[in-house]
Write a protein that binds this ligand. Structure first.
Ligand code: ATR
Length: 282
């Protein structure tokens, strides 16, 4: 019996998830039976597509923009994380039922160099990605402050999850862990209008970043983001967006297969896929 997996989104053609997961399935010796593909799905087609999948041999799916709310709504069983975050990125089909989980949160936690308990964390952003990050940090016992370009959204998110409301400035001296969960830097590395533009958009003073900081940038593009480059140059411990993507994928793969995911193989596949996808079309 083939066991199919997929990532559902729109757009989806640039997703690195098929490369990451197929490399992992090969490493685990599962490629004869298991496979992972990308599926472009428009919002109006999402529910019908998902309901058809178990009959087509699918045992699970990752779900990305713009379907993470719909993925939660369609599920028969929902994890605490997915329910509290209000979004799901991982579906499992078994016994005629659909289970939903959010591995954006668990994958983010796995990507951290140290457990965040007791750390003073600054989360930049208040959109969908930030919700998973704030939930993960607050439930792990970090002290979380949220900053967002639109301050009211940060205030609402802080209130909902028991984090602190935005401060007037993002002074890195006040924090141990800084997470960029905005779209600043996403796909724009190397084409940024001017040096310093991303840090300016995030209201971060580069000179205040140093060795005592852990910096996580959920954004990734064809090259290092400005935040990753600057933080690394200043001696901070840095986790980039591809590492978080890999950890999220690994957490999903563990749910579907019950096996330990081969993280290093997945990392290499993410970075190779990145170069291949970004190669000029000739
Ligand atoms: P995602 O699902 O990736 O989180 P989203 O929900 O659209 O996407 O959220 C995007 C986040 O990036 C928001 O926090 C947004 O800030 P606003 O709430 O003010 O829109 C932030 N963002 C996007 N472009 C930005 C920019 N140029 N400067 C600062 N923040 C930006």
């Amino acid at each position: 019996m083939p066991k199919r997996l997929a990532v559902l989104g729109q757009p989806i053609s640039h997703s690195r998830s098929p490369a990451i997961h197929n490399a992992a399935l090969a490493e685990l010796g599962l490629s004869d039976e298991w496979s992972y593909e990308a599926m472009e799905v428009a919002p109006g087609e999402f529910e019908a597509r998902v309901r058809a999948m178990p009959g087509e041999g699918f045992v699970g799916a990752n779900v990305t923009v713009p379907h993470k709310l719909a993925a939660l709504a369609i599920a028969d069983e929902v994890s605490d994380a997915a329910r509290e975050i209000g979004a799901a990125n991982t579906l499992t089909f078994a016994g005629g039922r659909i289970a939903a989980e959010n591995t954006d949160a668990t994958g983010f936690l796995k990507s951290l160099p140290e457990p965040p308990e007791g750390k003073r964390a600054l989360v930049l952003g208040a959109g969908g990605s930030a919700r998973a990050v704030v939930w993960a940090l607050v439930t792990s016992g970090a002290e979380v402050r949220i900053w967002n370009r639109t301050l009211e959204k940060a205030e609402r998110l802080a209130e909902e999850f028991g984090a602190k409301a935005p401060g007037a400035t993002n002074d890195p001296h006040e924090f141990d862990l800084i997470v960029n969960a905005t779209s600043v830097g996403m796909g724009t590395a190397g084409t940024a209008a001017e040096p310093g533009a991303d840090l300016k958009a995030l209201h971060l003073d580069a000179d205040s970043l140093g060795e005592r900081h852990q910096v996580v940038d959920l954004a990734y593009g064809s090259e290092e983001t400005e935040l990753v480059r600057v933080a690394r140059a200043r001696g901070a411990t840095v986790v980039d967006g591809l590492e978080v993507l890999v950890r999220q994928g690994a957490a999903s793969l563990r749910i579907w297969t019950g096996m330990d995911p081969p993280i290093e193989t997945m990392r290499q596949a993410a970075r190779t896929a990145w170069h291949r996808k970004n190669a000029p079309d000739i």
